[in-house]
Ligand binder design. Structure first.
Ligand SMILES: Cc1ncc(COP(=O)(O)O)c(C=O)c1O
Length: 357
């Protein structure tokens, strides 16, 4: 029996998408084969791939002067590909707001010099430093930030106005609400949270910015090569791409990103309000920077963590353990997690508090 899954990633996928996939698994659309067994260059597969791309463009309102790439290597490869393609003589600017920005900086530092425009590390990443206090370096080739820190559960809800071309890691927040893509030179996201199965990475890159990318790299590492070949420079992750397409079409039929935003904001609001009203549970992030996708919380007494997780599991609430680096709990509440799951979680938390508080 399927249960409520609060995993940070790979994460819950809409049940309807899984059922549809199941029904097509042995034979896709009278083709005599599974989609997994089909050449990526066949006309049937090309149609699936381009419909998925177009649906993503429609959902996010991606302007025409952007390339939309379906790549591999996860968001982690982007941490390296970005400086490889776009670093210059000047330091690249990075905002440090949590574990993933820290990793991005560590990887970039292997390739170029970096300037940290601001950091909230001294306060355990409980906020995102105000853009008015960032110290950008003159002539930086780009400014990179993580729009939603999956582990710490903080987020910058507005695209910051920066001097340098803006790059956002949106792995854990893409498609959760509408965004203005035109404010960014590049957006990227690993698929395994709000898009579909692992193995696929989406990159959205403005043409003008792409034209500054290096061509002195192996082909597989050049964004322009992927763009020129419609993301088929080599065999793409065909099954993940197909399934992502199903998620995009599920989003479209369920009202698109406006509708998702409404539900996502009410899910997060309900959970944060419950946590704030209790003195048994707490969340350390300042309210303006709270993530609407990943909600970490601590129990008053961490000795009860194991019991909480065990009881939650028995109650059909899965994967609530916080990231190993910060402990406590974390509920990841992406698009495929409905309001009913939040209500079940709150009901459980409240009972656990009465029993053990
Ligand atoms: C914000 C963010 N960036 C990067 C990553 C790394 O992604 P991947 O494992 O796909 O390389 C993650 C993974 O959880 C993430 O949440």
């Amino acid at each position: 029996m399927r249960k409520w899954n609060f995993s940070a990633g790979p994460a819950a996928i809409p049940e309807q998408v899984l059922k549809e996939t199941q029904s097509e698994l042995l034979e896709w659309n009278n083709s005599g084969m599974s989609i997994m067994e089909m050449s990526h260059r066949s006309s049937e597969y090309m149609q699936v791939a381009s419909t998925a791309r177009q649906d993503l463009i429609d959902l996010l309102g991606i302007p025409e002067n952007y390339q939309v790439l379906f790549l591999q290597g996860g968001a982690t490869l982007q941490f390296s590909m970005i400086p490889m393609n776009f670093a210059s003589q000047q330091p690249a600017d990075y905002l440090l707001t949590g574990s993933w920005s820290k990793k991005a900086i560590a990887e970039a530092s292997q390739i170029t010099t970096t300037n940290i425009v601001a950091s909230s590390e001294a306060s355990n990443f409980n906020h995102v430093p105000d853009v008015d206090y960032w110290s950008e370096s003159p002539g930086a080739p780009y400014l990179h930030y993580v729009a939603n820190e999956t582990i710490q559960g903080n987020a910058l809800h507005q695209a910051p106005a920066t001097q340098a071309p803006l790059i956002a890691d949106m792995s854990s927040v893409i498609l959760s609400e509408p965004i203005d893509v035109s404010k960014f030179s590049m957006i990227y996201a690993g698929a395994q949270k709000n898009i579909g199965p692992a193995g696929l990475t989406i990159c959205i890159i403005k043409d003008e910015f792409l034209s500054t990318a290096s061509d002195a790299l192996p082909g597989m590492l050049q964004y322009s090569k992927h763009a020129e070949s419609d993301s088929m420079f080599n065999t793409p992750p065909t099954f993940s791409w197909y399934l992502a397409g199903k998620v995009f079409s599920w989003l479209k039929t369920n009202g698109g990103l406006e509708a998702m935003a409404k539900v996502n904001h009410s899910k997060a609001k309900r959970l944060y309000e419950f946590i704030d009203a209790s003195d048994f549970y707490s969340n350390p992030v300042i309210s303006a920077n709270r993530s609407i996708m990943n909600v970490p919380f601590l129990l008053r007494d961490s000795e009860m963590d194991a019991q909480f997780l065990d009881d939650a599991h028995h109650a059909g609430l899965l994967n609530l353990k916080g990231h190993r680096s910060i402990g406590g709990m974390r509920a990841s509440i992406y698009n495929a997690t409905p309001l009913a799951a939040i209500d079940a979680l709150i009901g459980f938390m409240s009972e656990f508090e009465i029993k053990n508080g």
